[in-house]
Design a protein around this ligand. Structure first.
Ligand code: PLP
Length: 437
């Protein structure tokens, strides 16, 4: 494992040369894991893929993992659940073992099931309990739209009016970032009205990493529950969900976890809630106490851990894809991945700083100096033109109206040299004589 430095310690040692990028790649302990992924190509060369925040790349091993499930199905039919080298009933246990380090959770606190927006609804059933005056939900404004729709429709389902229930913390200042202090201030201001605090751990638009421990502590101090949507955080930054005391969390597995389009999602439910019979929940047979599940009794008895929230027979195909990816995380070592993530973010920020300091560039970095792969660049004008030229040059990045390019170099498969080439390309576009902002 590499010694982990703070972002700024790294940035102080960097040099603004391509040779330095190559040296960083030379010293990279997990550089070889790039070969475990398949890259979109342009004229026989891999494109520079900085979209791991959107859809992580396909592990080479995913195809074999899927083929294995097909073969088990062919060979043994339904008996594949119980027999053979890798019975499907053991699959969930294998996955949570691998995922628990990444989530900072006990394996009993994880349930791998459904997809993210569905799981948000299931978690709201259990953890949003409006009583008397305490009925508000605190969220960040400009949360990912699906989260907004889910919360909104859930409130209406209960016969309540979202206008009365939602407290939206808005960004103050021009960087469009909802600040931790403002979340804390809103929690304190509405101390006796908030039932639930529900925030995205990393804002998808700005890349800001919320201080989840702080927010969790503050929510609990006023007697509210707290949940996080970790779509942009899982597999990206260090999480300690158990120790932070978070009540619940949920995420998808197709962004930094590379488990493929529509991959199976997960929830975290803190163990303090596992045996709480006062919690409401929607139930299905797959959450039934394991030993007795196949007795097919009438009254529901949940498995006494997070898997008690499961509803349906899991998709073994989706489990197989997730397992292929989590095995790579395990092999590379989560601590090594985090160390490279931090260093690569430092490298990207170091190079971006050089560009934003150019008078003529008219761009601004929205992302605060925190961990996480993503950087969001705001272009005052002609952002779409810059995006088109970057795309033309083989860079796969993301465009958001009205003027934001998001990019996320990922430690498992991107290189320091790729970050350098992006810097060179962007600088050359912005300073070329034909480009007039
Ligand atoms: C990606 C993302 C989603 C997507 O939800 P799905 O149900 O997986 O389609 C939802 N919320 C956030 C914050 C996201 O980043």
């Amino acid at each position: 494992m590499e010694e982990e430095l703070e972002l700024f310690d790294y940035m102080a040692t960097f040099e603004l040369t391509k040779e330095y990028a190559l040296q960083l790649d030379q010293e990279d302990l997990i550089a070889s894991f790039r070969n475990r992924f398949l890259f979109p190509q342009k004229q026989g060369n891999p494109k520079t893929y900085f979209l791991g925040n959107s859809l992580g790349l396909q592990p080479v091993s995913a195809r074999l993992a899927m083929a294995k499930v097909l073969q088990q199905w062919a060979d043994n039919g339904v008996e594949s659940f119980f027999h053979g080298n890798d019975p499907w009933l053991n699959f969930h246990g294998l996955l949570v073992k691998k995922l628990s380090e990444i989530a900072g959770a006990k394996s009993t606190e994880l349930s791998i099931m459904n997809q993210l927006s569905v799981n948000i609804h299931l978690m709201l059933v259990s953890f949003y309990n409006p009583v008397g005056k305490r009925k508000k939900i605190l969220i960040e404004s400009k949360a990912f739209p699906s989260d907004q729709y889910a919360v909104d429709s859930f409130i209406k389902l209960l016969g309540l009016d979202p206008q009365d229930i939602l407290i939206e913390v808005k960004p103050i200042g021009e960087n469009q970032v909802v600040q931790d202090e403002d979340v804390v201030a809103a929690i304190q201001q509405h101390a006796d009205e908030i039932a639930l605090v529900f925030i995205g751990g990393i804002n998808y638009y700005t890349g800001h990493v919320f201080d989840m421990k702080l927010i969790s502590d503050e929510a609990h101090k006023i007697g509210a529950l707290v949940g996080f949507d970790l779509a942009h955080a899982i597999g990206n930054i260090e999480l300690n969900l158990h120790d932070w005391g978070v009540d619940f969390a949920c995420w998808c597995s197709y962004k930094y976890l590379n488990a493929g389009p529509g991959a199976v999602g997960s929830v975290f439910v803190h163990e303090r809630h596992h045996l709480d019979t006062s919690l409401k929940r929607l139930t299905g047979w797959w959450g039934y106490k394991k030993e007795d599940r196949f007795l097919m009794e009438d009254t529901f008895v949940p498995e006494p851990d997070a898997t008690g929230w499961q509803l349906s027979t899991p998709s073994i195909f989706l489990y197989a894809c997730l397992k292929a990816s989590l095995s790579i995380f395990e092999e590379a070592g989560w601590k090594n991945i985090l160390a490279k993530q931090n260093k690569m973010k430092g490298w990207l920020k170091f190079l971006i700083d050089d560009i934003t300091s150019l008078e003529e560039a008219h761009i601004k970095c929205l992302t605060p100096d925190s961990r996480g792969c993503q950087v969001s660049l705001f272009f005052q004008d002609n952002g779409k033109l810059v995006y088109d030229q970057l795309t033309e040059a083989g860079f796969m990045v993301d465009w958001r109206e009205p003027g934001v390019i998001r990019l996320a170099p990922v430690p498992l498969y991107n290189t320091y040299e790729e970050v350098w080439s992006f810097y060179e390309a962007l600088k050359s576009i912005l300073t070329s004589s034909s480009f007039k902002p």
